[in-house]
Design a protein around this ligand. Sequence first.
Ligand code: GLN
Length: 458
Amino acid sequence: MKIASKENSAVKMVKEALEKAKKYESYNIFVSLNEENALRKAEEIDAKIAKGEPVGRLAGVPYALKDNFLSREGNTTASVKILAPFKSPITSTVVRKLEDEGAIMIGRTNMDAFAHGSSTENSYFGPTKNSKDTERVAGGSSGGSAVAVALDIVEFATGSDTGGSIRQPASFNGVYGFKPTYGTVSRYGVVAMASSTDCMGFFTKNTDDMDLLMEIASGQDPYDMTTLPDYYSTTEPKAAKKIGVIKEFDNDAVNPEIREALKAKTEFLKSKGYEIVELSMPTLKYALAVYYIVVPAEVASNLSRYDGIRYGYRSEEAKDLSEIFAKSRNDGFMPENKRRVMIGNFVLSSGFYDAYYLKAQKARTKIIEEYNKAFSEVDYILTPVAPNPAFKLGEKVNDPVAMYLEDVMSVPINLAGVPSLAVPAGETKAGLPIGLQIVGPRRSDKNLINFAKELEEK
Ligand code: GLN
C-alpha cells in the first residue's frame, strides 16, 4: 500500500478516492462520504511531510469504514433507521488506531442492518451491488466495504465478522478478508451484534497489507475485557506442512465450480510438497443450527438497548412510555432484526431455555473440541467460504432459511473463535469470483496470513 510522501500527496490520494466513490455511486457502496474531514486531514499530513515531521505507517491512505464502527466523524447508522440520526460521542479502538497511523476515512459503507444478513440487502439504505455483476448481491453483511476495495476506491476497508460477514463478501468480490482469532482486535466502539462471536477485521487487496493492518489493530484494550494480551507481532514464524480438507463439505450442495477450485488449490499445494489430509468433522453439521440459536439470543439482549429513549430515532406517534419503546423499535428495526429478536427471546424464554439455548451451548463446546482435534492433526484447514458464488439480488431475501444456509461454511469458525482468511481463488465460467478460506488454530493469525502467499500462483 502506497503511503503519502513528498512525491505522493495525501490530498491527491484522498481526492482520487472520493472521485472514484462518486463515480460508482450507482453501486450504493457508501452510506455517507466524509469529504471535508478527509481533505482537511490529508492537508495536515502533507504539511507535516513538507516540514519533515514524522508520519504514521498509514499516512494519507484512504480507507472505508463499515458503518457499525463508531467515530466522531458523521453519523454511525449501522444501516438501520433507529440509528440513522445517531452521532457517536466516542471513537472505536480500531478507528483510533488507524487514524493514529495517519489513515484517512473517506466514507462509511453500507451493510445489512445491525450486520444481520449475508447479502447487504437488509439495509435501510437499499442493497449494495456486486463489483463484478450489478445484478448480483455484494455479499454481507459488510458488502459496502468489500465492493469499495474490489472496485479499487480505497486501499482497505474495515469489517465485522460474526458469522462470515467479512469473509463471504470478500469471496463474492475477489478480495482478501480476514476474521482474526476472537479477542485479537478490540470490539470497543463497534455496534454489538453477538458479543461472543463478533470479530473485527479488514478487507485488502493483498496479504502484506493485511499483515500491516493486523500489526496496527491487534492488541489488548482496557476498554474490551475480552481482548487477548498482545501476541500478533511477537508470533514466532512456523512453517506449515499438513493442510486439512473437510470431507463433509465436499458434497452436491456445494457449487461444482467451487469444489473444482478447492481441488485445484490442494493439487497446487501438493505439488509444492504439502501433505493434504482429509478430515472428518461430523459435528460441523450442527453448527448452523447452533449459530442461529446462540447468535439471536445475544442479538436479542444487545438490541434491547434501542428503546427510542437513549439512542437515535424515536417514533413521533407514541403517546406513553411503552408506546415509545414499541413504536420506535417497530419502525426503527428492519424485518430481519425483528426476526432475530423474536427467535432470541424465544430460545431464552423459561420454557425453552434448556431445550434450545443450553443444548446449543453444549453443542458449541463439541464444535470447539472438534477444531482442537483437527488442529492436532493439521496446521491449517482449507475450505470454501460459501457453498455458492454471489447470488442474484432478490433471489433469497424473502426466504430467511435459504439465506441462512449460505452461512453453513463460515459460522462454525466464529463459534470456535478461530482465525480464518478468505483468499481469492479464481472465478467461475460466468466471471464470478470464488473464495476459499484458510482456517487456523487460535492465535495462528500471523502465520496464517503469511501462509496465504503459498496459495498464490505466479
Ligand atoms: N450472515 C450471518 C448472519 O446473518 C453473519 C453475519 C455477520 O457476520 N455479521 O448472521
